[in-house]
Design a protein around this ligand. Structure first.
Ligand code: BGC
Ligand code: BGC
Length: 817
């Protein structure tokens, strides 16, 4: 076990690029001198727009707001105009001095991590794991600059980017947010992206109206956690933490990055959000970082002894601004009390506030007026402009990595009859991945992406122009036999811990893509696979079955870039060659984790740096089809599937008389007959369960877990308990959904009102925020009954699946209490 003690002198020395500025320091000092304790505490708190109003920003004088991945103007997907109006509203509230406040303008941060991805109509650039394959810092800088322009066009002045993580285990759900497993690649991009976002220090463009402040994240070790567990523990030596995980920070600081976000994760058991040695001694001391440290989404609440509403430890360790999305009210109150009592020294608070004010002054926030007035100074900043889309399309071309090209089948002649198949072919959400319009990148359709182009659309356009024929068919069925098929498939969108996986199997339990490819081949049709994923996955069977295989990563809104490379020109010439080289090692088996270049016995399927061009001769033989996965591990957060509890869980019936029957298998009923369960068909034979309550008293059906489930992370992250269900019959009465955390621990949500609004006889995914259970008193760290449906009245409900998720047809709000 390594220790969590740092030796700052062993870390790189960095030079902050801004000289001491006496005028700026004087301005900060005199403003600070006029601030009350309340003003100062407000300044170090950031609230989420879903949980704060402009009026509250005015009243509490909050220093910053953010829009989390699911937080939108008016609570719904919006274009640039609504974002700009919202930004103006918060700005005007922050500078309002009518009640004697000092009117310090607010910073507004979002996760513009692959383009200004929260906003409808924005250019969506390839995700970072794709950009790594370009090895092109200059192009990364251009993308960052375009992203900054789009953000400013909508009134946003801060992005929580770049992610300088160095993912060491591709099972991590955030691997796609990192440029590379190789610290050198990440380091080579860090300054470029910071300067693209902020402008170059010392030039006129620096933090002008076309730039935003950046946030290097997540400091530090987010990508080094054991088994790639999100928000987990990086059990690595100090030298490893410095040389691998931290590689991007020195160049980012030297480029003047204005903020750094503390990681949710721990280092050798110590939470980063409370790590004074790293936040203060290394980052601010040794590495001379003079911007401010922002926390991550209630990350402070995970520091031992803290809650989301109370954490002097984080500030005292060196955090300067709390990201307290929904917890800011309690946090404000407790932090203020701790400042008054001296638990938080005034010197520390003053330092935090001064750092924030300096950043605001460098940004010109006090001098430039409302966000919209700055946009009108620069009318050319168009959200999703043709120039930005062309840039994104160029980037797509540069990111594609060719893994196989048997007999030089690529590039394809566009004059042929081409079948385009697979569920990724005409699916912009899928080709864009997580952090796209929604947090998880789910729940949207092509219609939410005006002006964007799916991969299919790009192919269709070029094939038609060349005089060929293209047909779209998701399931690969065709009317006229094609000359060749392009099959587009891959991972479905996810973000953060929702994307953590137990091994690198692609779509375990679902072989439909492979079956389709094999079927097409059996019909004599050559197949080109275009694989969409945020990370390398084990796809040896798919590669063997295909004539050519392209790792297309998550290209974003400009799907046309794929056609640019895989199709010849109408005249038959190569249009664009492949340039992408793997920035992540591609695994030989699904259990070859961690797998990183430079490690002992490095033996990947395709090494770091691999990538064919049209000049290369493809000598790839048949790949091994042994995945190495022994027990098909259950996906975390899945409880009931096809009507049956997953491994580790059992079904229980509890009658109105209180007697519980364990491990029931349908058909079954409680001994008193008050509740009965039978197998019914939903999509397949007996893949769902009907539950009938007689109304004799409160009876329930529950899922019981043999070992307690920790749902804490998911609860903090706006995840829902999602039941795929159908209302068959409902008498007015008491239906509720409960969770339990041991004998005397639990919480229950009334469901009657919501169930009454559902159409009878229709299968729907119904979600309840996990947060509701926590607010109602459940301990989400030790749930042994993740689902108990109970009724005291006569009712019939059917269920097919119970799982944690974010994609639902109907969402229940937490009952107010
Ligand atoms: C993520 C950060 C993100 C923040 C705000 C957190 O959960 O870890 O990367 O910037 O939320 O959305
Ligand atoms: C927010 C994200 C945030 C995440 C934290 C989500 O609800 O939308 O912005 O990163 O929670 O886990």
């Amino acid at each position: 076990m390594h220790s969590a003690v740092v030796h700052p002198e062993a870390w790189p020395k960095v030079k902050w690029p801004f000289a001491y500025d006496a005028a700026l320091e004087q301005r900060v000092k005199s403003l600070l001198a006029r601030m009350s304790d309340e003003d100062k505490v407000g300044q170090i708190i950031q609230a989420d727009i879903a949980s704060v109003t402009p009026e509250e920003v005015r009243k509490y004088r909050l220093g910053s707001i953010l829009a989390g991945g699911n937080s939108k103007p008016g609570g719904k997907l919006s274009g640039g105009k609504a974002w700009l109006e919202l930004s103006d509203a918060f700005y005007h509230a922050s500078v309002d001095t009518t009640d004697g406040g000092l009117g310090i303008p607010v910073l507004f941060g979002v996760d513009a991590v692959h383009g200004h991805n929260d906003v409808v109509g924005a250019t969506i650039f390839p995700q970072n794991s794709a950009l790594g394959a370009m090895r092109d810092p200059a192009l990364v800088a251009e993308i960052a600059a375009a992203t900054a322009e789009e953000a400013r066009a909508t009134g946003i002045n801060w992005t929580f980017a770049p992610t300088l993580t160095v993912p060491q285990d591709d099972r991590w759900g955030r691997a796609f947010e990192g440029y590379s497993e190789d610290p050198a690649v990440v380091a080579s991009y860090a300054a470029a992206v910071v300067e693209g976002l902020q402008g170059k220090p010392g030039t006129a463009g620096f933090l002008d109206n076309a730039h935003v402040i950046a946030s290097a994240k997540h400091f530090v070790g987010d990508g080094s956690t054991t088994d790639g567990k999100d928000q987990g523990d990086a059990q690595v030596s100090e030298a490893n933490l410095r040389d691998v995980a931290s590689a991007g920070y020195p160049p980012a600081i030297a480029a003047g990055v204005q903020t750094v976000m503390a990681s949710f994760s721990s280092w050798n058991g110590a939470k980063m959000s409370g790590h004074k040695g790293l936040l203060t001694d290394v980052l601010k001391g040794r590495m001379d970082f003079q911007g401010f440290v922002v926390g991550d989404w209630n990350g402070h609440g995970q520091v031992p002894g803290c809650t989301n509403e109370d954490c002097p430890q984080a500030i005292n360790a060196g955090m300067d601004m709390f990201m307290a999305p929904d917890s800011w009210r309690g946090l404000y109150k407790n932090t203020l009390a701790e400042v008054k009592s001296g638990v938080i020294p005034m010197s520390r608070l003053d330092d935090a506030v001064s750092r924030i004010l300096r950043v605001k002054m460098r940004l010109g926030l006090f001098d430039k007026g409302s966000p919209s007035s700055q946009v009108s100074d620069n009318p050319s900043y168009a959200l999703g402009s043709p120039e930005h889309r062309a840039l994104a399309r160029r980037a797509v071309r540069e990111t594609l990595v060719l893994l196989k090209n048997h007999d030089g089948i690529l590039p394809l002649n566009p004059k042929q009859r081409i079948l385009v198949a697979g569920d990724g072919a005409d699916n912009i959400p899928k080709q864009s991945g997580g952090w796209t319009l929604t947090w998880q990148g789910t729940g949207t359709t092509n219609a939410d992406f005006p002006n964007a182009q799916s991969i299919w659309d790009g192919i269709r356009e070029q094939v038609a122009a060349a005089g060929g024929t293209a047909q779209l068919s998701v399931d690969g069925k065709y009317t006229q036999k094609p000359d060749v098929a392009i099959v587009v498939y891959g991972e479905n969108p996810y973000a953060e811990f929702q994307g953590d996986i137990p091994n690198l199997l692609f779509s375990p339990g679902d072989s439909s893509n492979l079956d389709m490819i094999r079927r097409l081949r059996a019909q004599g049709i050559p197949v080109v696979s275009v694989f969409l994923s945020g990370r390398p996955l084990w796809v040896n069977r798919e590669i063997n079955a295909s004539n050519a295989f392209v790792a297309a990563w998550l290209p974003g809104s400009e799907g046309g870039g794929v056609a640019d490379v895989i199709l010849r020109t109408a005249a038959g010439a190569i249009n664009h060659d492949f340039h992408g080289k793997l920035a992540y090692s591609w695994p030989r088996t699904a259990v070859q984790t961690p797998l990183n270049v430079g490690q002992k016995n490095y033996n990947p399927q395709f090494p770091f740096g691999y990538g064919l061009t049209y000049k290369d001769k493809d000598t790839l033989g048949k790949l091994s089809e042994v995945s190495g996965v022994k027990d098909s591990a259950v996906a975390p957060g899945l409880y009931l599937q096809r009507g049956k509890p997953v491994a580790g869980l059992t079904l229980q019936l509890t009658g109105a008389n209180g007697a519980t029957t364990d491990e029931v298998v349908a058909p079954a009923s409680s001994r008193d007959g008050s509740v009965r369960i039978t197998a019914i068909d939903y999509k397949a034979q007996e893949d769902a369960r009907r539950i009938e309550w007689s109304g004799a008293g409160t009876a329930s059906v529950a899922l019981h877990s043999s070992s307690p489930l920790d749902q804490d992370r998911q609860t903090n992250g706006d995840v829902l308990l999602v039941t795929t269900m159908k209302v068959d019959a409902l008498a007015p009465g008491k239906v509720s959904l409960a969770v339990a955390c041991g004998d005397k621990c639990g919480a229950s949500m009334p469901m009657d009102a919501m169930l009454a609004t559902l159409p009878k006889g229709k299968w729907l995914r119904v979600g309840i925020p996990l947060k509701c259970f926590r607010e109602a008193g459940a301990d989400m760290t030790r749930i042994d009954v993740p689902f108990r449906l109970q009724s005291a009245a006569k009712a019939t409900l059917s269920i097919a699946r119970v799982a944690l998720g974010t994609d639902v047809d109907k969402q229940l709000a937490c009952p107010t209490h």
